[in-house]
Design a protein around this ligand. Structure first.
Ligand code: NOJ
Length: 743
């Protein structure tokens, strides 16, 4: 399902914004050729060179020379981390002093919002709501574009099966199908009605490829996976993003099966630009070209540059390999001029499409910037997405939703008043006065009716239990306790891998101390990754996974706690019971000795001391209401590969509240010439039902859903029997049937 671009919300509010004329591609190509003909080799190489402004560095900064002087000399094609209409205007001014006046591109990591901060991408993925995700990207793009930004380094579409890897917060979790849908939704959101519009920024799909498979979950680490796993699991979201029209791709820090991604011809030239016909440009990750020296793939920066450009990498981000060596490499005929020209063409084309040759300052308009940032409707969208991202993990005895008539509520935990920690790792332009903490959200919701008895208890990484007594005293005075525990904003993100992913410090001891008061306890787990919290899972009365939700975190959580929004999120990634289970994911393969009772005893595949299953599975999430699944029907139980079957089932809201349910369709081919996963998500639909209401959901299953890579790695179907499973979680299948694909 590909969504059409949404109407440009903020644009509608600001009649003054103008649209650039969409030019036919051939007209742009002619201009590109005319300009290319005027360029010297050094000027061409300049277009392939990107530097960072100071601040927000995620690697070593340019040491040699004055960047602004180099821009004036035509030696820089793009900058990252220059932000705001004023600064981008100033820096663009330097480019206008260069001989050919080729405008710069300004890129920034707008990953979960610009000024209005949205839930981290992993949280948004839990919404399973493509429209909401697309809206979030749309607003982010609108604000960023008003701040002079042309290009966001998002979406990150890396599939991640290892929650030790800190970058799981930036992606959409473990599943290639859900990940592909989200990748496309985000690209559409960022690029809106197309490049050239003043509210559209170029998407940059990253990190190509397989960065999420870093061994041991250590950031930047080596990746060693089969071609099958690459194609079946890691590549689909990239393909979906390319098909959605993403303007650019970023390669990655990792090597893949012995070849670093930045120097990987198979990935960049054969797959992306060849097989997938990608017409945009590829930027390296920060210094990833020069880092091929440390990988042991190139002996120096010069060879690294040669490997990268010949493999298909177009722009060098803060690596200096191109600017320092490319001219010489061309002279020595180690790099063909045609490859340099191809890279330059790809970049110039985007600059033309963005309308920058018509007006290099068109995004750098302070007046528009002041009008677009922090608009109330943007915050409404942020609140909506944030509520939809929350996952109800436990709700014993229907403790939630809480009554608004409670007289005393204790609010305990290190994140109860957190602000920056609610924003998440990649919050680049947020302002504190536009953030609603949990404490403020509860105050907004409850007014003066309820006493909020606040006690911190401990800090996130504390080792001392000094604050526990005060927290226990607060709990004892309250009818209900709400606890906010989890990670600081910088505990998940780039270079934030952790070997221990339990709730940090002594926070679970605090949960235990409060549970032991006998008061009903609701625990809010706030994090950028799946954490481990077995005590809490066993003993808290209710648990909401609230991630890092951004600007409207407090209001969104309060909406859910008090029933103004019925939680509908479903986990996009499995939550393990122990680090020892990692990687743990739902779409695994059966072994010859599948475990029984989820344990590996009696010479079965599994652990003797721990179940194979995660604590909370992919697709899991409760609601305040209940849903009954019934009437599974297939239009055909036997069909050929050029036919399809339509699956229908009925979902009824059997509980007391209106609510949303994600109906999840999984398939398994029982026998194949290569083994197939025990379950693969192949469709889902999020539906909304009033109490007592029923809806019929239908899915069409045909070639697309049934194909896989055979022994020769050819994509197609094989005749055979399939199990069809429909449920509300990967581990909660409610309806099942079989069908047969015949020749
Ligand atoms: C390194 C990160 O890996 C990448 O995702 C990011 O876009 C760049 N730094 C730029 O900040």
């Amino acid at each position: 399902m590909l969504l059409k671009p949404l109407p440009a919300l903020t644009i509608l509010l600001l009649g003054s914004v103008t649209f650039a004329q969409q030019k036919p591609l051939s007209a742009i190509d002619k201009k590109v050729e005319a300009l290319l003909a005027k360029m010297t080799l050094d000027e061409k190489i300049g277009q392939l060179n990107q530097y960072s402004a100071d601040g927000l560095a995620t690697g070593p900064l340019t040491e040699n020379g004055n960047k602004f002087q180099q821009i004036k000399e035509g030696k820089v094609g793009a900058m990252l981390n220059v932000r705001g209409a004023k600064d981008t205007r100033m820096v663009q001014g330097y480019a206008m002093q260069s001989r050919l006046k080729i405008p710069l591109l300004f890129g920034l990591d707008v990953i979960h919002g610009y000024r209005t901060t949205f839930p981290i991408p992993l949280a948004e993925a839990a919404s399973w709501d493509m429209r909401a995700i697309q809206s979030s990207a749309r607003v982010s793009a609108t604000e960023a574009a008003a701040g002079g930004i042309h290009w966001t380094f998002a979406p990150m579409v890396d599939i991640a099966r290892d929650p030790r890897w800190g970058r799981v917060m930036e992606g959409a979790g473990e599943d290639p199908y859900l990940g592909s849908m989200i990748a496309a939704a985000r690209v559409h959101g960022f690029q809106g009605n197309g490049l050239g519009n003043l509210d559209a920024v170029m998407a940059c799909v990253k990190h190509f490829a397989a960065y999420g498979a870093a061994i041991g979950g250590r950031d930047y680490n080596t990746v060693d996976i089969s071609d099958r796993t690459l194609w079946e699991t890691y590549l689909p979201p990239f393909k979906a993003a390319a098909d959605a029209g993403a303007a650019t791709f970023m390669n990655s820090f990792n090597e893949l099966n012995g070849i670093p991604a930045s120097g990987n011809r198979y990935l960049q030239t054969d797959i992306l630009k060849g097989k997938w016909h990608f017409k945009g440009f590829i930027v390296s990750d920060w210094g990833s070209i020069s880092e091929m020296v440390a990988h042991g793939f190139a002996k120096d920066g010069k060879q690294a540059g040669e490997e990268a450009i010949n493999a298909g990498n177009d722009m060098d981000m803060e690596g200096h390999s191109y600017i320092n060596n490319l001219a010489q490499l061309v002279k020595e005929k180690k790099v063909p001029m045609s490859r340099v020209d191809d890279a330059v063409r790809r970049i110039l084309r985007k600059k033309f499409e963005m309308g920058l040759f018509d007006d290099p300052y068109r995004f750098s308009n302070e007046d528009r910037e002041s009008k677009v940032l922090n608009l109330a409707p943007n915050h409404e969208i942020a609140r909506d997405v944030a509520r939809k991202s929350i996952v109800l993990l436990k709700n014993d005895n229907e403790l939630l939703p809480l009554s608004k008539n409670l007289k005393n509520i204790a609010l305990i935990g290190p994140l109860a008043k957190a602000d920056k920690d609610m924003m998440g790792f990649w919050s680049v332009m947020w302002e504190n006065d536009h953030l609603v903490s949990l404490y403020e959200g509860l105050q907004n919701k409850l007014g003066n009716n309820t006493n909020l008895l606040y006690s911190q208890g401990c800090d996130v990484t504390d080792t001392s239990k000094r604050g526990f007594a005060e927290a226990i005293a607060a709990a004892k005075q309250a009818e209900v306790v709400i606890m906010a525990v989890g990670e600081h904003f910088d505990m998940s993100g780039e270079a934030k891998s952790r070997a221990n992913i339990h709730i940090p410090g002594i926070q679970e001891d605090l949960v235990k101390a409060i549970v032991e008061t006998g008061k009903p306890v609701v625990v809010l787990t706030m994090s950028g990754r799946p954490m481990i919290f077995n005590y809490t899972a066993d003993h808290a009365n209710a648990i909401l996974q609230t991630w890092w939700l951004g600007s409207e975190a407090g209001n969104a959580i309060a909406d859910v706690l008090f029933g103004d929004y019925n939680p509908s999120g479903k986990l996009p990634m499995s939550f393990p019971r122990s680090e020892g289970q990692i990687p743990v994911y739902y779409n695994y393969k059966s072994t010859g000795r599948p475990s029984q009772n989820d344990l590996g005893i009696n010479y079965r595949s599994g652990y003797n001391d721990l179940p194979n299953s995660p604590r909370y599975a992919f697709g899991y999430g409760l609601s305040y209401t209940t849903f009954a699944f019934s009437d599974l029907k297939l239009s055909k139980n036997k069909f050929s590969k050029n036919e399809s079957t339509t699956v229908t089932c009925t979902i009824k809201n059997t509980g007391p509240y209106a609510g949303e349910e994600v109906v999840q369709l999984y398939l398994r081919q029982l026998v194949g010439t290569v083994t197939r996963p025990v379950k693969e998500l192949k469709g889902f639909e999020k539906i909304s039902l009033k109490p007592g209401e029923s809806k019929t959901v239908s899915f069409v299953i045909g070639k697309e859903q049934l194909s896989f890579y055979n022994q020769q790695m050819q994509w197609g179907t094989e005749p055979g029997e399939f199990r069809l499973m429909i449920g509300n979680s990967s581990d909660h299948i409610l309806l099942q049937d079989k069908f047969e694909l015949v020749n």
